[in-house]
Design a protein around this ligand. Structure first.
Ligand code: ZN
Length: 162
């Protein structure tokens, strides 16, 4: 079975940036990553490269910023009260963290400067502007259930229930 829209795809990956520095790896966690294919759960460049692959396939792909997390925007910064951070007391310049956003959910930001009651952050995604090299091994491809397609996410093992 091939990875395509509305399949549930499970895969391991190693991610490095253009300098070869390790950014992330599913091997650091107990389980590989499971996604509902074709629903924007992974960056477009990776999803495109994965399409048509089957369980057992391995592939490499280099994803430029425009097919990844976008280009970095200069001056895309904001001064935010500490209460909007989950971990304000532990943050220092250069740390990546998450910020609560209006309407719910979180956004990844990088800390620029910590004040007594506010924190200046860079709102660019930490991976923005980077060419990302993925080393991927597809471990499973299955049909999504109608409910998973309707919800736009995976249920059960490797997914979540709601
Ligand atoms: Zn659901």
């Amino acid at each position: 079975m091939k990875a395509e829209k509305n399949k549930v795809v499970t895969f391991h990956y190693h991610l490095t940036d253009e300098t070869g520095t390790k950014v992330d790896s599913s091997h650091d966690r107990a389980e590989p990553l499971t996604i509902l294919f074709g629903h924007g759960q992974i960056i477009p460049g990776l999803e495109q490269a994965m399409e048509g692959h089957e369980a057992g396939d391995k592939f490499d792909v280099s994803v430029p910023p425009e097919h990844g997390y976008g280009e970095r925007r200069e001056d895309f910064t904001q001064r935010v009260p500490k209460k909007y951070f989950r971990d304000a007391d532990h943050l220092k310049s250069g740390d990546a963290t998450v910020l609560s956003v209006q309407g719910g959910g979180y956004r990844q930001v990088v800390v620029l400067k910590v004040g007594s009651s506010v924190i200046d952050v860079d709102l660019n995604h930490p991976m923005a502007g980077k060419t990302l090299k993925f080393d991927v091994e597809v471990t499973d491809v299955r049909d999504a259930t109608p409910e998973e397609v309707e919800h736009g996410h995976v249920h059960g093992e490797g997914g979540h229930h709601h």
